[in-house]
Design a protein around this ligand. Sequence first.
Ligand code: FMN
Length: 180
Amino acid sequence: MTTSKEFGGTTLVCIQDCEDRAKEVLPAQEFNWYMDCADEGQTMEDCKKAFKRYRLRPRVLIDVSNRQFSTTILGHPVSFPICISPTAGQGFADIEGDKATARAAESLNTVMIVSHCAFFTFKDISLAAPNAMVWLQIHLYKNRKVTRYFVKQAERAGFKAVVVTIDSPVLENRRGMKRR
Ligand SMILES: Cc1cc2nc3c(=O)[nH]c(=O)nc-3n(C[C@H](O)[C@H](O)[C@H](O)COP(=O)(O)O)c2cc1C
């Protein structure tokens, strides 16, 4: 698994590095769009704190010559149990947007969940990374024909599963967007 990425002369080794780099290279409006949280960012702060409470349980004096992160998700083999969550607006950061992310998922052998608001068509994303395992993220629209349309497009593009977002019955209160 790749743990660092040469990007613009800097080796990015953690999420914070990526965030710092994004702040350097992205126009403020795009950066703020990615960083904007609902209300005071309470959920985001809570999530960060919860994540920091995770501890790895050390298991010493055991055979570590064969360490395996690989597993299966919905029967599909992945090289480690972390998928790429759906994010709209990837084209703001890079002209290749979702296509580049699909290639990353393909090369790391894990699942990419493509936002139904992706910058590219599902077909283009599949063509960019023909061996990537890609799933569709969708909302359940009041007009079920809209939902069905996205699912059909994804099916035609070879997507293998549908991930339903159920926590957005209303749009979040994003203060950054209001301040524009
Ligand atoms: C810029 C951005 C765009 C996102 N777009 C979507 C989306 O299109 N569909 C969706 O279901 N979730 C979307 N999300 C939510 C993420 O998939 C994820 O659930 C959320 O960011 C929480 O994970 P995190 O704590 O790792 O950021 C988006 C999040 C961000 C930051």
